[in-house]
Design a protein around this ligand. Structure first.
Ligand SMILES: [Fe+2]
Ligand SMILES: [Fe+2]
Length: 193
């Protein structure tokens, strides 16, 4: 699959999750919102990481306009990172959790749209089929590597919720009392990063 098709597919996956999240929010179904939030974060983390690792370094070589779009893209990813870490520190019942999720969704929708309408067409013009296919392979590999890493039982995954909670307390991780075992493991991993 060529690089741009792969990235557009990722965008569509996240858009679909966003639309499910919005439906859950209307009901409202907090449990469903929470589980969708976890899937959304997982997708976004992998997607933004592989863009920054493989795709942006190639894209910014194309010209000044592409370089500016890439620089903006990196900052937009950063805003999403900040929002994700703030959301992880809140309870899903909290109004701020819901508000931050809505802002995150709007930001990502805008960002993906901009990549697809401004950056990708430039690259389709400049990069030939072979180059796009090669970048697609590299993105696929980076994605698989990251998916495996996140599926690997890390040292936190082997711990009980109580052990994880104790560590979260030591690290003063906000929102820990309402977190599931998986949330705690993820928050600790983030705190280590
Ligand atoms: Fe992006
Ligand atoms: Fe993207």
């Amino acid at each position: 699959m060529d690089a741009l098709t792969l990235l557009e597919k990722d965008h569509d996956t996240v858009r679909e999750l966003f639309s499910q999240f919005k439906t859950a929010k209307e009901r409202p179904d907090t449990n469903r919102m929470r589980s969708l939030q976890q899937r959304i974060f997982h997708e976004l983390e992998i997607h933004t990481a592989i863009e920054e690792e493989v795709f942006y370094p190639a894209a910014e070589q194309v010209g000044q306009e592409a370089e500016e779009l890439v620089n903006e893209g990196v900052e937009e990813h950063h805003v999403v990172d900040v929002l994700m870490s703030e959301i992880r520190g809140l309870e899903a019942e909290d109004d701020a959790w819901v508000a931050k999720m809505s802002v995150l969704i709007e930001n990502v929708e805008h960002h993906a749209e901009e990549e697809e309408t401004e950056l990708f067409p430039k690259l389709r013009e400049v990069f030939g089929k072979d180059r796009l296919a090669e970048l697609g392979r590299q993105l696929e590999q980076a994605k698989q590597r990251r998916q495996q890493a996140s599926a690997d039982p890390s040292r936190y995954a082997a711990m009980s919720r109580d052990e994880l909670y104790e560590r979260a307390k030591q690290r003063d991780i906000p929102g820990r009392s309402g977190m599931t075992k998986d949330d705690l493991a993820k928050a600790l991993e983030d705190a280590d990063a």
